[in-house]
Design a protein around this ligand. Sequence first.
Ligand code: BEZ
Length: 219
Amino acid sequence: MPNFGPVETSRGRIEDWHAELGEGWAVLFSHPRDYTPVCTTELGTAARMSGEFARRGVRLYSISLDGADSHAGWVRDVEQAPWAGGAEVDFPIIADTDGRVAELYGMFDPRERDGAGNAVTARAVFFIQGRRVRASLLYPASSGRDFDEMLRLIDSMQLADAKRVATPANWRPGDRAMVVPGLSDAEAEALFDGVDRVAVPSGRGYLRMVDPDTYRDEL
Ligand code: BEZ
């Protein structure tokens, strides 16, 4: 993923984005403008849920075109508004005042403008591990994001990494997962206790369900 820096944030300066990321997990999420209603609900929600991201080893970084002083002032509103539930905004908000990062990452919303007619960033989300983008989401400025979905996606990716499974539609942590196509039946049987096949007209046994908790790292 593209590097940037130095940049100011609401919590100090980031000299070099890649060095800041290291090998760890991070979420970089943009919002259109400080002191706007939906953004205030989102940053408050992120503050309230930041412990859930930390528990998964994921650091949060927000970003918009506003300056670090604006971010610092707005944070006081975010923390007092109901969505934060009294939590502190304990992650940096990057001040991308020249739009360089927004340009690099394709974050600009093609339809939305601020009060002065300037382009603003959409609600982009980049899920990063070790300086690589593992997944991304893009919402228009008019639609606030679902932070539970971000956690669900992180849980899915971390489970897939650890246990060589894939997660089906609408999967939730604790649900059964699916054996990936690259594993043979013999490998799947060796790795998991109980591989259940869903019967389909083709007769092909590719719908293989397993309980990830039974994973044995033997192969
Ligand atoms: C908001 O945060 O409420 C917002 C910002 C830009 C466009 C639409 C909504």
